[in-house]
Unconditional design. Structure first.
Length: 344
């Protein structure tokens, strides 16, 4: 019913209003009933056991309000946030744009969220059996942004199944500078000291616009500080020449189908540089079982999506999972792990 009735209605609303309505609707949905694990789709990634490798990227559920409903759509894992230590309103509206002709989205939200305390309280009430990650950000006016990530790790320790250090959003001025090697070593060194005692994995989310040498340096830093993996990648500040929507001129991060070539390139570079020693999650332009399998074969252990839901509706998740399973078997793979890295 959600897919057939609500999704078309939401697409006719202002994008941010529709986003808010969708989260509220999902928050009313019950969590999925436990099911027997599917040996074809179940996989291990950075110590996590995923019921399937198709996850939700951060940005949809910024405040961890709809965990059960999101898992009920068929996601194998759900990443929430970005959450900052203190609540903040984000950038002025309008700040979210649908590019319907391009199957894309541009956002300049600016880490709008209710802050760590509200986030932590919701994680305390999380439904059982749902794998939940916390995407950590820094407040726009913070004088020590690295300290904000440490604060997030410590406040949410024991409450999330994994953490993502998001230094690649283009919508907080100066944030992407943390991807430079000197700043990254300082940040990751402090993150390493604050890692949760329960061993929850820590990922770093990187931009798709980086040069090969920059991705190689990030991989080196991640390995040196014993991070568990990378999420490749965030939104892009680039604007492909063939965009058709009138919203293509808007400032912010571009996601969806036009991000696909950049995200694939960044994943290929990260896989080559990491040599299988970092877990990789592919994000950016994932919109089909075919694309999910391609990213797995390029070296990702799992994939994430978000913008594709805007254009294809919530039923897309189960379609991708089913199609991915069929494609794996058709190509002679009996598990996810058998497919990972076979195209390299």
């Amino acid at each position: 019913m959600l897919s057939a009735v609500a999704a078309p209605l939401l697409r006719r609303m202002d994008p941010e209003t529709a986003h808010r309505m969708a989260v509220r609707g999902l928050a009313l949905m019950p969590p999925p009933r436990p099911t027997a694990p599917d040996p074809v789709l179940t996989t291990r990634l950075a110590g996590l056991t995923l019921p399937n490798p198709v996850g939700l990227a951060a940005g949809l559920d910024k405040n961890a309000e709809a965990l059960g409903g999101l898992a009920g759509l068929g996601f194998g894992f759900v990443e929430t946030g970005s959450v900052t230590p203190r609540p903040q309103d984000g950038n002025p509206r309008p700040r979210l744009f649908r590019l319907n002709e391009d199957a894309a989205v541009i956002n300049r939200m600016g880490f709008n969220n209710a802050g760590l305390d509200a986030f932590a309280e919701r994680l305390d009430r999380r439904p059982p059996g749902v794998l939940v990650g916390a995407n950590l950000g820094a407040n726009k006016d913070s004088e020590d942004r690295a300290a904000d990530y440490v604060t997030g790790l410590r406040r949410l320790a024991g409450k999330a199944d994994w953490f993502t250090v998001n230094v690649s959003s283009p919508n907080t001025p100066g944030l992407r500078a943390l991807q430079g090697r000197d700043a990254l070593d300082d940040l990751l060194g402090r993150v390493a000291e604050a890692r949760p005692a329960d061993g929850a994995p820590v990922f770093l989310k990187i931009a798709p616009d980086l040069e090969a040498s920059e991705i190689a340096q990030i991989v080196q830093a991640a390995r040196a500080w014993k991070l568990d993996g990378l999420i490749v990648s965030n939104t892009t500040i680039a604007r492909p020449a063939d965009l058709r929507s009138r919203h293509a001129v808007e400032a912010g991060g571009l996601s969806g189908a036009p991000l696909k070539p950049l995200a694939r390139r960044a994943l290929s570079l990260a896989a080559e540089a990491s040599e299988g020693r970092l877990a990789l999650i592919a994000a950016g332009g994932v919109d089909s079982g075919e694309e999910a399998l391609l990213r797995l074969r390029m070296g990702a252990g799992a994939v994430q999506l978000y913008s594709a839901l805007v254009h294809h509706g919530p039923g897309l998740v189960r379609r991708i999972v089913a199609d991915l399973r069929a494609r794996l078997l058709a190509e002679g793979f009996t598990t996810i792990s058998e497919a990972v890295g076979t195209a390299r």
